[in-house]
Design a protein around this ligand. Structure first.
Ligand code: MTE
Length: 315
């Protein structure tokens, strides 16, 4: 089997079954009086400050959201380690204020902006979205955020802006996982400009009506609900408008496994596992396995963006 760098690919991250059996083990260890570190892993996630927002039923699925402890306890955020519980254990070291975002590239407005400035005037909405990880697990999440297009419009992209590039904070002191070369740091993602401007594409600042927990990408993350979760970059500090397709982290690490588009597609398997079905985190064992939907169930809204494209080649 061909396994290329990075050595710890998503498939090698703890599968959910193992994670849950590990939790059972942990429970036993706790009963036996284990260390406070283990205790922290079992503690409920800290609650962020409440946010003011309205509901957006037009863009919400009619599925029951996952519990907060699933969404904030089973994470991928390699900057804090590759285990699913590492982000909730270690992301407390991330300082989310003050926070600024630099804007560059093919746009009329450039500069470094305070997060407060960027959020000013943005009406926050709650949207309940399906979230599908490339590793074939899924969640339903009540995000709080605003359309990315509202933010991008402010920078007046020029006609040369064909793509948008996003970069996560690089600071190994705050993000100890960056001391380990499992990925090329900082984490970079990108979208085609029409994908970025699509009304479903969300800049997220909250979850369950409260400020986003650090492990979920505080203070500002992207959510692109029809794409595999690795496109939804966390803790963003740079937004660039580019003429060329950005060199993104996972596509750069293993281009045969992780494409630039990464649209959820049950008909195109990952080279090492099927994408035809997924496991819904937190669902009873027998009900957890469900078929994966094209574009993660958002085909009516987004399939037209890819008309005429071969989605097997552009995976
Ligand atoms: N963003 C950064 N900066 N670092 C990461 O490791 N992991 C990605 C994505 N964004 C990741 C990231 C992957 S693989 C997934 S599935 C989602 O975040 C997980 O989001 P969640 O932990 O909030 O469910």
């Amino acid at each position: 089997m061909k396994v290329r760098v990075p050595r710890i690919a998503p498939s090698e991250i703890t599968p959910q079954e193992v994670y849950f059996s590990r939790r059972t083990l942990l429970a036993g260890a706790l009963a036996a009086g284990a260390s406070t570190l283990l205790r922290a892993a079992e503690a409920p996630p800290p609650q962020g400050a409440p946010l003011k927002y309205s509901n957006n039923p037009q863009y919400s699925v009619k599925e029951a959201p996952n519990k907060l402890e699933d969404i904030a306890g089973y994470n991928n955020f390699y900057e804090f380690g590759t285990d699913k519980d590492a982000p909730s254990r270690y992301a407390g070291s991330l300082r989310t204020r003050p926070w600024s975002v630099s804007v560059y590239g093919e746009a009329e407005v450039h500069g470094t902006f305070d997060l407060e400035d960027l959020l000013k005037g943005q009406a926050l909405e709650e949207r309940i979205y399906r979230f599908r990880c490339v590793e074939a697990w899924s969640l339903v999440v009540p995000w709080v955020g605003f359309p990315l297009s509202n933010l991008l419009a402010r920078f007046k992209p020029t006609s040369r802006a064909k793509y948008v590039e996003f970069t996560t904070l690089y600071d190994p002191k705050q993000m100890p996982g960056q001391r380990v070369p499992v990925l090329t740091w900082p984490y970079v993602e990108g979208l085609r400009i029409d994908e970025a401007m699509h009304p479903l594409t969300l800049m997220v600042v909250g979850l369950y009506g409260r400020v986003l927990p650090n492990q979920d990408g505080a203070p500002l993350r992207l959510i692109v609900p029809w794409k595999y979760g690795f496109k939804s970059i966390k803790s963003i500090v740079k937004i660039g408008f580019t003429a060329q397709q950005p060199r993104t982290t996972w596509a750069g690490a293993a281009s045969n496994e992780y494409g630039f588009y990464a649209n959820v597609n049950p008909q195109v398997d990952h080279p090492r596992w099927s994408q035809a079905s997924e496991r819904r985190i937190g669902a009873p064992f027998l009900a957890a396995r469900r078929p994966t939907l094209p574009f993660n169930g958002y085909a009516n809204e987004v399939a037209s963006l890819y008309q005429g494209m071969d989605l097997r080649r552009n995976f």
